[in-house]
Design a binder for this molecule. Sequence first.
Ligand code: GLN
Length: 188
Amino acid sequence: MRIAVLALQGDFAEHESVFKRLNVPTLQLRQKNDLDLPFDGLVLPGGESTVQGKLLRELDMFETLRSRILNGLPVMATCAGTILMAQQLLDDPTVHLGTLGISVRRNAYGRQLSSFHTIGNFAGIKEVPMSFIRAPQIEFCIPGVEVLAEYNGRITAVRQGNQLAMTFHPELGEDCRVAEYFLKEMIP
Ligand code: GLN
């Protein structure tokens, strides 16, 4: 098994180190040709969704990734990655990959709470450390999107079939259980 990590911008190295700790090989996706290499799952890291979306288009990786996700490629997205997958951004006409049936508000926690750490319940895993960094909020989900985690009444993790998306960063810290969930529950 090999996991591809989109490595255009953001905290892809932290995701790679989680899979390294789990003894799962990774592959960096940096250019279109990298998409020809075999991989079983994809990680869309946190960072800056505007920059990542622009680079995906400029590097001509956008359509291939989008259709692979729509065709069932297992994908795990954190924060900016979740914004890339959302079908709608609130207060923003932009749509990037648009594969996941959620509406998301960027930078939803305001300046005071722009970065914070907490512990929340994640379905099937129980208590999970959650680091939020200028995090988006998932405000609406279409039917078929399963809510996996919430914090203070705000949705922080969802799954729609082959797509797992979080507004926090499970890759920052020692706890590898969300990545394990992705590997065990979502990769055939
Ligand atoms: N605020 C960033 C954005 O809108 C996301 C932040 C993150 O990935 N930690 O893209």
